[in-house]
Design a protein around this ligand. Structure first.
Ligand code: 8YV
Length: 309
């Protein structure tokens, strides 16, 4: 039995299966300090998620740590550099969530343009027949900018073809053999776009990439969608762009300090707010759990991660 430190709860099913196969130390159920004082020397694997992360300080405290297995594609809160210096591989769960995150990004886009959440509130509040809902905006045929044409960004781009949208993207470098037009400047991409979807990884390299000038370039008719990480957007600048009407609307699944949402956004009818549910479907969460287990088993049996970061 491998001694595993689990940094936060995943599904009941996951927690049960992990505990049936290994000796699991659930740190959130214990006094963390006391648990580490007693067991740090024995822990061989850390199981975590994009939500719970894994710090350099924790890695340092675990002398026998051999692997970190994470639930989720993003690994920005895991100190991968600290793990690398010790030769500790880190696995994530890429690809299996591409479709669901892309579906949600498109759902947010349509909701923002056609005001579906707002219209739903309008009906529930008994306003139909009494008040007038303002007109929304057409989705089909519009210009879609994608920040981060990776695996999720590409799935978003594919969905847009049914809406006959034009697509351009911004990455650090153009992708070889890619049919979509590359825009070297994010600012120019925003200026061109009706909708700008953020789908790049989080972390230091992309922090506040979408800043005030980018939002101003997207403009008073433009809509910003974020299914990546809150950190990619300068959040206070987003709030003031929306307050001033310099940005047309926003659809957000992620925030800088989750689960906190900037209070000003709660009052805005042109903003759709979701509680970080990009991958939150039965099918995808099951696939993510299975991929974590596959990584763990492959590492323990053959010393190889299947999807190492
Ligand atoms: C999950 C995510 O909600 O994959 C990611 O990077 O942010 C989401 O899929 C997260 O991993 C759950 O902790």
């Amino acid at each position: 039995m491998t001694c595993i430190l689990q940094l936060g709860p995943l599904s009941e099913r996951f927690n049960r299966t992990l505990a049936a196969e290994h000796e699991v130390l659930p740190i959130w159920q214990a006094d963390a300090e006391a648990l580490l004082a007693e067991h740090a020397q024995r822990i061989e694997v850390v199981v975590t998620s994009a939500r719970f992360g894994c710090s350099a300080a924790l890695i340092e405290r675990l002398p026998r740590l051999r692997a970190i297995c994470s639930f989720g594609v993003g690994y920005d809160p895991i100190d991968v550099a600290a793990a690398r210096t010790r030769g500790i591989p880190v696995s994530n769960t890429p690809d299996v969530l591409n479709d669901c995150v892309a579906d949600l990004a498109f759902g947010l886009l349509i909701d923002c343009a056609r005001q579906m959440s707002r219209a739903d509130r309008f009906v529930r509040d008994g306003n139909w027949g009494r008040a007038q809902l303002p007109l929304g905006h057409r989705v089909s045929g519009k210009r879609l900018g994608i920040l981060g044409l990776g695996r999720i960004g590409a799935a978003i781009a594919r969905r847009s073809s049914g809406f006959e949208m034009q697509v351009r993207y911004h990455n650090r470098r153009p992708l070889a053999g890619c049919d979509y037009a590359y825009e070297a400047s994010l600012h120019e991409l925003a200026r061109w776009s009706d909708f700008l979807i953020v789908a790049c990884p989080g972390g230091e390299n992309t922090r506040n990439l979408v800043d005030r000038p980018v939002m101003d370039a997207l403009g008073s008719q433009g809509v910003l969608i974020n299914v990546s990480r809150g950190s990619v957007i300068d959040e206070p600048a987003l709030v003031s762009a929306l307050q001033d009407g310099r940005l047309g609307g926003a659809g957000l699944d992620v925030y800088v300090h989750e689960p906190q949402v900037p209070p000003a956004l709660l009052e805005m009818p042109n903003v759709v707010l979701l509680p970080h549910i990009g991958s939150a479907t039965e099918e995808t969460r099951l696939a993510m759990e299975e991929l974590l287990f596959d990584n763990l088993r492959s590492f323990l049996e053959r010393g190889e991660m299947l999807t190492a970061v």
